[in-house]
Design a protein around this ligand. Structure first.
Ligand code: 13P
Length: 251
């Protein structure tokens, strides 16, 4: 898993039982992609449906990913929350942490993200930490400082496996992709930061996210230290998502 490209689809708040089922059945004809770890992050109410479909229809070729998790570790009076343990119970593999839409709409910052990372690791699942700077921060030349602050929560975690998605906020859902030069600079920076925070003996995956599509995926996968993609809009259609998986397999 830690030497392959990852292509993770983030459905965000999209999906319905019937459509999800139809999509899962289409994935049955997907060509083999043995060099790619494929995952789909569905809304929480559909995770069990997805996991069952992946087991029964797809022989677990696609991993089940959650978009978020509770910061509270144990059962209790936390109305509306879903714990990491519950995610593990239904067969989730990877949990996104700190997506910029969580900080934008729910005010999530480092401290909460750190609690979530710890909870996910404690139940044996893989956290995928999302980081990214805003347009103002980039225009002010502060992108590395901002990303370094977001990555600082990785220090001292009890794991040898670190997965990060770099998603510049200005590239999410805008059709505006970061240039390969911008991606190369930031991914090399993130790689260096992870080594200094977590040690030289960690497994690292750094995914790019932000308007990745069938047309630009191959160029993005060719950038050094790009180990995959976190795909929003283009993961909602079989054709565009599988074209991105093909590009990862060929890269
Ligand atoms: P888009 O691919 O729709 O830009 O979304 C990126 C993203 O936020 C994935 O988590």
């Amino acid at each position: 898993m830690w030497d392959k490209k990852w292509v993770i689809g983030n459905w965000k708040m999209n999906g319905r039982l019937q459509n999800n089922n139809a999509l899962m059945h289409r994935f049955r004809i997907m060509p083999t992609a043995d060099r790619v770890v494929i995952g789909l992050a569905a809304p929480t109410v559909y995770l069990l449906q997805l996991h069952n479909a992946m087991q029964i229809v797809l022989n677990n070729r696609i991993l089940t990913c959650a978009q978020d998790v509770s910061r509270f570790p144990n059962n209790g009076a936390y109305t509306g929350e879903v714990s990491a343990d519950m995610m593990a119970d239904i067969g989730v593999d990877i949990v996104l942490i700190g997506h910029s839409e969580r900080s934008l709409y729910f005010g999530e910052k480092n401290e909460i993200q750190r609690q979530k990372m710890v909870n996910v690791l404690n139940v044996g699942l893989t956290p995928l930490l999302c980081v990214g700077e805003s347009l103002e921060e980039r225009e002010a030349g502060r992108e590395q400082e901002v990303i370094a602050h977001q990555l600082s929560i990785l220090e001292g975690l009890d794991t040898k496996n670190i997965a990060v998605a770099y998603e510049p906020v200005w590239a999410i859902g805008t059709g505006k992709v970061a240039t390969t030069g911008q991606i190369a600079d930031m991914h090399a920076f993130i790689h260096k930061q992870i080594l200094s925070l977590c040690g030289n003996d960690v497994n690292i995956r750094i995914l790019y996210g932000g308007s990745v599509n069938a047309g630009n995926a191959a160029d993005i996968f060719a950038v050094p230290y790009v180990d995959g993609a976190l795909v929003g809009g283009a993961s909602l259609s079989y054709d565009s998502f599988t074209a991105i998986i093909d590009a990862a397999q060929e890269s």
